[in-house]
Design a protein around this ligand. Structure first.
Ligand code: 5GP
Length: 186
């Protein structure tokens, strides 16, 4: 456990992935993307806000001339369940037509959010669209979705930390942990 944000750890059932494990996995993923995109300059798209911590570490482990863009979306539904209906709160600043795009997400759950985003980028004529996610919960998939890059496959539990929140809290935890169910049943 990382010691400097101890106040939030009391709300967790357990730590699932330590900051050090995340660091190692993100470095491996950055090296793989660097190999796969040799000679290319992909646009890395951060899905705000959950992916922001993963994104900032991942881009620094990629040795390519990447450019960055940001998209904020909200999915209707409660904070622990996705409805699949997606609203764009902040769109990209740049045109992706003809570009190789890597969408960076914190977690793929039902897959509905990323299905929506990837089809939007296809409609905008991106040359290629790939998905990089920190976490994947394949048990919960409700739509076929190819996840191209994934750091960790996790069980069907609600997790927080390293960018992932519950009611905007816990994003600054350096590890990923399972939130104690008492925190959202209260
Ligand atoms: P999907 O459309 O794949 O069901 O939903 C993905 C989004 O749901 C994620 O970007 C995230 O905001 C939210 N989400 C799904 N599972 C979890 C989880 O275990 N923890 C947190 N904090 N958010 C989750």
């Amino acid at each position: 456990m990382t010691q400097h944000v101890t106040v939030l750890y009391g709300d967790l059932d357990r730590i699932l992935i330590t900051g050090q494990e995340i660091k190692d996995a993100v470095e491996r993923l950055g090296a793989q993307i660097t190999r796969d995109y040799q000679g290319k300059s992909p646009v890395m798209i951060c899905i705000l806000k959950g992916a922001v911590v993963f994104f900032s570490d991942l881009i620094r482990s990629i040795d390519l001339p990447v450019s960055l863009d940001f998209m904020a979306i909200s999915s209707y539904g409660s904070s622990t369940k996705t409805s699949g209906v997606v609203r764009i709160l902040k769109d990209l600043d740049h045109d992706v037509a003809g570009r190789d795009v890597i969408v960076v997400e914190d977690i793929v759950d039902s897959g509905l959010t990323l299905s929506y985003i990837t089809s939007l980028l296809d409609q905008r004529a991106a040359r290629s669209v790939k998905i990089a996610t920190l976490l994947d919960k394949p048990e919960r998939r409700r739509t076929p979705l190819v996840v191209d890059y994934c750091c960790f496959t996790i069980p069907n539990e609600f997790v927080v930390g390293y960018g992932l929140d519950y009611n905007e809290k816990y994003r600054n935890l350096p590890d990923v942990g399972v939130l104690s169910p008492r925190m959202y049943s209260e």
